[in-house]
Design a protein around this ligand. Structure first.
Ligand code: ADP
Ligand code: MG
Length: 222
């Protein structure tokens, strides 16, 4: 079963002669529970595609159906709920709040959503990512890898069905990158999530079940 179905997706920025065709006719389906990696040169449209799937950008043309829902049919309010509950973002600069402890950072999306944390699930996620001893510490006290683990835990805490990772291993060395990508893959498998990961690193892209390459806003054969 497909969890994401994208048909003839186009996304333009700006107008007139200076218009940028960031996405220029994307057709893509992602099967539920699978791991898809997206590769392609800088400027090829990877982030734009992820942000459309995540409900951050509205398509200029085409349809994006996630779990049976056409995103264009959602109201602003429904879209906000979609972004909070259905998808979890993991970005290159993990955007932890420096004044909050690791525990508070992880639970931040739950607080934002006015819901109660599932304590057992929280402990489970924390254990899986090796953060048990870090909960009362602050982000600056952790390594880059540890901070990224916190960001992954924060993405997982709302139990999203799709994890969207935009170059999550960005500036890490090879070993840390492997670890972080491996953890994302492991948590996605544990919680039966669909994982879509953008990466520049061909070795990490190979961890996925499937890889697509973007060029000038289109999917090209690999
Ligand atoms: N918010 C935006 N406003 C204007 N142009 C944008 C915006 N976001 C992306 N672009 C342009 O769209 C193209 C694709 O960008 P992006 O999706 O960020 O590529 P990638 O993630 O593959 O590097 C680039 O030419 C970029 O400059
Ligand atoms: Mg990008």
């Amino acid at each position: 079963m497909d969890i994401v179905t994208i048909c003839n997706l186009k996304k333009y920025f700006g107008e007139g002669p200076r218009q940028v065709k960031a996405l220029d006719g994307i057709d893509l389906s992602v099967e539920k529970g699978r791991f898809l990696s997206i590769v392609g040169a800088s400027g090829s449209g990877k982030t734009t595609l992820l942000n459309v799937i995540g409900g951050l950008y509205e398509p200029s043309e085409g349809t994006v159906i996630v779990d049976g829902t056409d995103l264009s049919e959602l109201t602003e309010e429904q879209l906000t709920i979609y972004r909070r509950r259905k998808v979890g973002f993991v970005l290159q600069d993990y955007n932890l709040v420096p004044e909050l402890t690791i525990r508070e950072n992880i639970l931040f999306p739950v607080a934002l959503d006015d819901s109660r944390p599932d304590e057992a699930f929280f402990r489970n996620v924390v254990k899986l990512l090796g953060l048990e001893e870090r909960l009362d510490q602050y982000p600056y006290m952790l390594s880059g890898g540890g901070q990224q683990c916190t960001a992954i835990a924060r993405a997982l805490i709302t139990k999203p069905s799709i994890i969207l990772a935009d170059e999550p291993t960005g500036s890490f060395d090879a070993k840390t990158s492997q670890n972080v990508a491996g953890l994302l893959k492991m948590t996605a498998e544990t919680y039966h999530q669909t994982l879509i990961m953008i990466t520049h690193n061909p070795e990490l892209a190979q961890l996925a079940d499937r890889m697509v390459r973007l060029r000038d806003g289109r999917i090209v054969d690999i």
